[in-house]
Design a binder for this molecule. Structure first.
Ligand code: NDP
Ligand code: CA
Length: 318
């Protein structure tokens, strides 16, 4: 008599119609590192049994299989080689993993190695072009935060795009560091998109679409969020489409109770190039009632962060 899974629905947010074969479904999810959940996070209202890997791994895979994203962007992955990579390879996904240089998981007894960012894509939908692991810098000094950046070609439309996943520095007091890390990532992506555009097609920068998924550890009022909004890459945040006015981020993407209190806030985002991509559908967030009084993680949900899932399509070239 375990509580049921959340029942979440897709909200269709555009009036454009596209063939299902060209829709790109993207999932952004901080899955909660096993070592951190059991060792350092102190989720005071979550039973230890619900935090065991033997329980959580099925819920994580169930979440992925429920929505079947074509691209999967994950943070806090500390079971890449022994679980996620082999299981997802069996489902047709190809992956890249970038561990954090000094993962806090390594401080936990019985850890399973460092946590990091992982990016998986459906090989039947995309041709692999290139991937790189980045260590983010702040004022030229390397930090403990990373990103995976992958270039793909869509087999049905022939169009190339770039997808990135990152996990910025956590906790209050580090707003300046998140801002610097975000700027570093934007700089890398701008170089990449410009170089690729110049060398392959001679097309302008904005022609290579970008999707950037992340646990930014930053609320929408933070500087790093403003930097993404104002960047010359022409980015917008997909989850704003879920709101009534289309301009407001969700109320929460993470909801947990630590000894220091309850934390219900928006930290996770899916950014995309507005000129070349259109958001067609967004998976809604579970309600407070569904999440329940003990919040997350729980027996019904394996992470303190909710998954973000949306469907993109390429806009017609003008
Ligand atoms: P962060 O501050 O970015 O946080 C690491 C993880 O802790 C995140 O996954 C974060 O989750 C989670 N977290 C956030 N808030 C809390 C909280 N209140 N309680 C418990 N967990 C929380 O870590 P860093 O990457 O900066 O790494 C810090 C650790 O790395 C240090 O403890 C140290 O051991 C090690 N380190 C070692 C260095 C060395 O030279 N030896 C250098 C740098 C780091 P979420 O994102 O979901 O909020
Ligand atoms: Ca965490």
């Amino acid at each position: 008599d375990r509580p049921p899974r959340f029942h979440r629905k897709f909200t269709h947010v555009s009036d454009g119609s596209s063939a299902p074969s060209s829709t790109i479904r993207v999932m952004q999810w901080n899955i909660l590192a096993q070592a951190l959940g059991e060792g350092l996070d102190s989720f005071v209202r979550c039973p230890l049994e619900a935090l065991s890997w033997s329980h959580r791994k099925y819920l994580i895979l169930e979440e992925i299989l429920t929505y079947r994203p074509h691209i999967l962007c994950l943070q806090e992955v500390d079971h890449y080689y022994d679980t996620l990579q082999p299981v997802l390879a069996g489902l047709g996904y190809s992956g890249n993993f970038c561990p954090k240089p000094w993962s806090p998981c390594l401080d936990v007894e019985g850890n399973n190695g460092p946590d990091g960012c992982a990016l998986f894509f459906d090989q039947s939908r995309f041709e692999f072009l290139d991937s790189m692991n980045l260590r983010l810098s702040a004022m030229r000094i390397p930090t403990n935060q990373v990103a995976v950046v992958t270039m793909l070609r869509c087999r049905s439309t022939g169009r190339c795009f770039c997808i990135a996943v990152t996990h910025l520095k956590a906790r209050s007091g580090w707003e300046w560091l998140r801002s610097a890390q975000g700027s570093d990532l934007l700089r890398h992506l701008q170089n990449l998109v410009q170089r690729q555009a110049g060398s392959q097609t001679g097309a302008p920068t904005s022609d290579i679409p970008l999707v950037i998924c992340g646990d930014f550890n930053a609320v929408p009022s933070e500087e790093v969020y403003r930097r993404f909004t104002a960047s010359p890459l022409g980015l917008d945040s997909a989850y704003k489409k879920l709101s009534q006015d289309g301009l407001t981020e969700p109320e929460y993407t993470t909801w947990k109770i630590r000894p220091t209190g309850e934390c219900c806030t928006t930290l996770d985002y899916i950014w995309y190039t507005q000129d070349s991509l259109r958001v067609d559908a967004v998976l809604d967030m579970p309600t407070e009632e569904q999440i329940g009084p003990d919040r997350l993680p729980s027996f019904s949900y394996p992470s303190d962060h909710l998954s973000l899932v949306c469907d993109f399509n390429f806009k017609e070239k003008e």
